[in-house]
Design a protein around this ligand. Structure first.
Ligand code: HEC
Ligand code: HEC
Ligand code: HEC
Ligand code: HEC
Length: 375
């Protein structure tokens, strides 16, 4: 008996350690000395950077050739491309979204087209794909400040592959959370259901997304004055904010101090430029979710909607997939100039329409000045 107890006791440290992330960690100092802004990376749980498929074929444009808008009947978005580049783009997006590799019942061009009539919009997937083309071009042209901190000088960009990775419905998406029914154990009030794709295995609210990256609720915890009257956010909102922040950290596989100086989470002048990228990222995701995905309304069939009937939407994980730079910072637009979007639509225009309502005070909590995105 005592021998069994003794051997169990000997095992206890091992059992306890089982919950830890054992293995090599690298620590990189990313902020001023003494500010504790170190980036701790656990090698074993860091996902490998996924591959980017090569272009479908080598693009040669016939300078005397027609524009897509002249060559075809029903081209509403990509009309400015040459017919050659248009066909090349169709072949590429087939690889990205609905490849004909036997995994899909109706893969290849026919996922979006009736082969008898390529101009027809009878399949909802083609209508969705047209909106996604507009969305991708808007991300690449109007939301460049999100990519600005990048070593690629803001030119990383995204294609359909960034989210889709070879399947029609991206792996990482969200919809409004189901109502939680009162059970014998009690009502959970939208908490205590840990999941990887929500608040990163924490017991914090698992749907911070509806309020903050579909609705435009302010993401604030700290008040401008000391307690007791300085507090502006309710406890519920505070918890939801932390739930969202856990999602940020998990989606990028980084600590909180990848963006913040933990001495003062709200203060912008002590934050890293990455926090400014994230600030634009929040506004970009709201734009994607409201003006493209939800705007498709009744086009989405029932099996593409969540329990509340809203379509599946995008969060930080959809593109980042646990890399601080999606696909390792690969320059996605290098081979697809057609997805860059109209050059005239500058970031300034996008920012002008998305400035937040006045922040509580200039400091803390003030949003970064839109006129000076990081170099
Ligand atoms: C994921 C959906 C999708 C797939 C897969 C797809 N297309 Fe398209 N296709 C579209 C959309 C959207 C348009 C309209 C683009 C626009 O309005 O600018 C279009 C338009 C076209 C047109 C113009 C037809 C006309 O007369 O208006 C042709 C030709 C075409 N596609 C060929 C192809 C070929 C060939 C393939 C397979 C290699 C393919 N497409 C795969 C979505 C798709
Ligand atoms: C920012 C992420 C993102 C990017 C970039 C993106 N999509 Fe999507 N796409 C989504 C999400 C999320 C859904 C699923 C919505 C749902 O299921 O309600 C989706 C759904 C679709 C569907 C419907 C599939 C089906 O079976 O219902 C098509 C077609 C599609 N996308 C085409 C494209 C094309 C073409 C591009 C590039 C021009 C593209 N997408 C770029 C996020 C993205
Ligand atoms: C990828 C960058 C990023 C990461 C990682 C991140 N945050 Fe944030 N955080 C932000 C941004 C951006 C805002 C401001 C959002 C806004 O103003 O719309 C913010 C706001 C906050 C606020 C509210 C500050 C105020 O003004 O009241 C708190 C608190 C906070 N974060 C805590 C955390 C914690 C704790 C973590 C780690 C679990 C974390 N953050 C991880 C970018 C990040
Ligand atoms: C449409 C795809 C997409 C979505 C959605 C997205 N990002 Fe990004 N993000 C990118 C790309 C692409 C880059 C630039 C990569 C590079 O520098 O090569 C980037 C860069 C960043 C950076 C700078 C990284 C660095 O080290 O310089 C931060 C921080 C960031 N994103 C945070 C977020 C947050 C937070 C969200 C959710 C609110 C978000 N992103 C949503 C595509 C996306």
């Amino acid at each position: 008996m005592t021998r069994i107890t003794a051997s169990l006791l000997a095992l206890a440290p091992l059992i306890l350690l089982g919950g830890c992330e054992i293995g090599t960690k690298t620590v990189e100092q990313v902020g001023p000395r003494g500010s504790g802004t170190d980036l701790v990376v656990h090698k074993a749980t860091t996902p490998k950077v996924a591959a980017v498929p090569p272009p479908p074929f080598e693009l040669t444009i016939d300078p005397a050739g027609q524009k897509a808008s002249q060559a075809y009947q029903n081209v509403q978005v990509l009309g400015d491309l040459s017919a050659d580049e248009f066909n090349y783009t169709m072949a590429a997006l087939t690889n990205w979204v609905s490849p004909d590799d036997g995994t899909l019942k109706n893969g290849g061009c026919n996922y979006c087209h009736n082969p008898e009539n390529m101009a027809s919009d009878e399949l909802y997937t083609k209508v969705v794909a047209r909106k996604m083309l507009q969305m991708t071009r808007a991300i690449n042209s109007q939301w460049r400040p999100h990519f600005a901190a990048s070593a690629n000088g803001g030119n990383a960009g995204v294609t359909c592959w960034t989210c889709h990775r070879g399947q029609p419905v991206p792996a990482y998406r969200w919809s409004a959370a189901p109502d939680d029914a009162a059970t014998l154990k009690g009502k959970k009030f939208g908490q205590n259901t840990p999941g990887m794709t929500t608040a990163a295995y924490s017991s914090l609210p698992y749907d911070p997304f509806s309020s903050y990256i579909a609705d435009k609720q302010e993401i604030r915890v700290q008040g401008p004055k000391a307690l007791p009257r300085g507090h502006v956010a309710s406890i519920a909102d505070t918890e939801k904010t932390y739930g969202l922040m856990m999602h940020f950290s998990n989606a990028l596989n980084v600590n909180c101090n990848y963006c913040h100086n933990s001495q003062n989470f709200a203060n912008w002048s002590q934050s890293r430029p990455q926090r400014v990228s994230a600030w634009y990222g929040i506004r970009m995701v709201r734009d994607i979710n409201n003006n493209y995905i939800s705007a498709l309304g009744d086009v989405w069939p029932a099996n593409r909607r969540g329990p509340h009937g809203d379509p599946y939407k995008v969060n930080c994980l959809s593109c980042h997939q646990q890399n601080n730079k999606p696909l390792g910072g690969y320059p996605m637009l290098k081979d697809y100039p057609g997805l860059k979007g109209p050059a005239a639509q500058t970031m300034v225009q996008a920012v002008a329409t998305t400035q937040p309502a006045a922040a509580p005070t200039a400091e803390p909590g003030a949003a970064p000045a839109a006129a000076t995105p990081p170099a």
